[in-house]
Design a protein. Structure first.
Length: 398
């Protein structure tokens, strides 16, 4: 998908809304398209390569990894305390058995992702307020909050004023406070998004713009960030982007200061009358999509490499070309979260037990022959790598 510089059909899709209490609110494309055209092309090229990779062989594992990483990312941005491994564990729980609030946050986000995936698969799906409230209800059900009601728009009492942001990320912003203004602006947001679709604005631009303006409306008491990221992901999923829309949440976490600051910088640029105030956030979004797709592509290649390597090693064992001990060593290297050190490997209880009745020469010979057969590599830091991942500098087994 390409766009032309300063395409007027895009730039003219602008809505100025007069609210009852908040004052004027403007939805605009506001992009320097000549600055982001190259980034869009790179994202689509990377995605085309990604979807043509052997996804079918690794889809189940990749989906689980993306889900855990994404939920960890989007939850951590909003103050979630579970680690990524704890997040993965929580996702295996039956939602009916979840009692801890931190686990509930994770399970709820998974429910919202399921809603997004189903909606994105429906023919002719369009963003609407009902969907937004449904996602919010899924994310906040069962969570404690003084004022938040799942799926219900915020309506501030006169004595309660909401501010968003902080000085460290560009300052505080006062979003609309009344439910009447919020509902009208959400209605106008989804109408504007439909107009963008009709004008041919690509999803790579519509998704971050919808995300940006949703956060500026800030319609709920709690979980606006999580809802906004699901909205963005759903628009991208509907357009055919795979895995990366959810993986984007991890990019936002990894660059959280830029993420928060850009909401304010775009808002302030628009208030000053800058013609292309939203370029920064959209360019950041495109940077994240490219990074996420490339990372996913690398992960697919790694998983496929592991599968092929495992099959090869199994055949060598069956043919008697490696022994059970060597097979166990390779299996443990593959199972490790990263390349284990040789020292730690040799002191591991399973390794000690396996060689308890063997000589040191046997142990050395098993490792040396694995290295000689290129089934195992040992780098100059003494770390063990499987044969299909050879580091630049290797040592002989000793």
């Amino acid at each position: 998908m390409t766009i032309e510089p300063n395409n007027q059909s895009f730039q003219e899709v602008t809505k100025r809304i007069e609210t009852d209490r908040y004052g004027p609110f403007v939805f605009q494309v506001g992009l320097a398209t000549d600055e982001i055209r190259g980034a869009m092309i790179r994202v689509d090229d990377a995605h085309a390569r990604f979807v043509n990779s052997p996804l079918s062989q690794v889809a189940n594992q990749l989906e689980k990894e993306v889900l855990a990483s994404s939920i960890f990312g989007t939850n951590s941005i909003e103050g979630g305390t579970l680690t990524e491994s704890e997040t993965s564990a929580a996702l295996t729980l039956d939602p009916r058995d979840v009692e801890e609030e931190e686990q509930r946050r994770v399970v709820n986000i998974k429910s919202a992702y399921d809603i997004a995936t189903r909606k994105a698969g429906e023919p002719h799906w369009h963003l609407d307020v009902e969907f937004i409230c449904q996602v919010h209800a899924a994310i906040t059900t069962g969570l404690r909050h003084d004022r938040n009601v799942p799926g219900q728009l915020r309506d501030n009492p006169k004595e309660v004023v909401i501010y968003v942001g902080d000085e460290a990320h560009g300052g505080r912003y006062k979003p609309p406070q009344s439910a009447r203004d919020i509902r009208r602006l959400l209605d106008e947001l989804v109408t504007w998004h439909t107009e963008l679709e009709q004008a041919g604005v690509p999803a790579l631009l519509r998704a971050p713009l919808a995300h940006l303006y949703f956060e500026l409306i800030h319609p709920f008491w709690d979980s606006n960030g999580r809802v906004g990221r699901v909205i963005e992901a759903t628009i991208l999923l509907t357009a055919g982007y795979r895995y990366a829309p959810f993986a984007q949440a991890r990019f936002y976490l990894d660059h959280i200061d830029r993420y928060f600051t850009l909401f304010n910088s775009c808002r302030k640029a628009a208030a000053k009358g800058v013609e292309t105030p939203n370029t920064g956030f959209v360019a950041f979004h495109l940077e994240g999509m490219l990074a996420s797709i490339n990372r996913l592509h690398d992960r697919v290649n790694r998983i496929v490499g592991v599968l092929l390597f495992e099959a090869r090693v199994r055949k060598l064992l069956d043919a008697g070309k490696i022994n059970e001990r060597q097979y166990a060593i390779i299996h443990q290297v593959l199972s490790a979260s990263g390349p284990p050190s040789l020292e730690e490997f040799r002191s591991a209880p399973w390794f000690v037990a396996m060689y308890s009745k063997r000589t040191g020469k046997t142990r050395q010979r098993d490792l040396r022959r694995l290295v000689e057969a290129n089934l195992l590599h040992i780098d100059d830091d003494g770390r063990l790598w499987p044969g299909f991942l050879k580091p630049s500098n290797t040592l002989d087994a000793t």
